[in-house]
Design a protein around this ligand. Sequence first.
Ligand SMILES: N[C@@H](CCC(=O)N[C@@H](CS)C(=O)NCC(=O)O)C(=O)O
Length: 240
Amino acid sequence: MNTNASPPLTLLELADTGLPGVESYSPFCLKVHRALKFVGLPYARGCADNPASHRKHNPTGQVPVLLVGAEAVPDSTAILARIQQLAPGRIDASPEALLWEELADTSLNGFLVASRWADDRNWPRTRAAFFHFMPAPVRAVVPTLIRRKQVEKLVARDVWRAGPEACWRRFGLLLDQLDARAPEQGFWLQCGLSVADLALFAQLQSLRTPLTPWQGAEVDRRPRLSAWLGRVDAATRTAS
Ligand SMILES: N[C@@H](CCC(=O)N[C@@H](CS)C(=O)NCC(=O)O)C(=O)O
């Protein structure tokens, strides 16, 4: 680790959740938090209520963006690659680890988005957590419109196209497959912590917040998966 030579780092992201062990409701921001903590690089936080507030640093309007000095690095996958340059040899990024990262960021993320935005059981909690800052008259209208758009995107992604029952059946099957694949000891691949651990952890940990109790319980009842999540959490929760 060589923190003295590093340019100052600022993570542009969403507001803190206030929940222990969940620095952000954005799984992609959570992934970056945990990578920075694991390698021990100090960083500042630039929080906003809306991802688009950081648009001047990322034309896609998404978070996270990592400012490395004056250089803006958007996208969690690119940010992890940049962190590996800043702290060489700490996080593995083999081709297999990158494939797992892709599965987490796409497939698993689809279920997280569905659990918060499309699942009627969870929507009132999502609305309260994500839109509390809006004045009441705006809050009465805008969240419902945004929800409608999110559900349209979930249908287009084939996550919600066949409806809730099919979605949660596929979710359960994916969790079963991950549970069967989870290592009995150590990290996801036999090489120390990798981008696979960070990316899978970020999506699964994000399912374990009070916003999505049913989905969180589904994760927690897979014993090997939960034990591995606990190990990744312990290794990445505080700055090393
Ligand atoms: N591929 C991006 C995905 C980032 C992403 O989807 N961020 C969400 C927050 S979790 C966002 O900014 N959404 C706003 C939008 O898409 O307009 C990454 O890995 O960073």
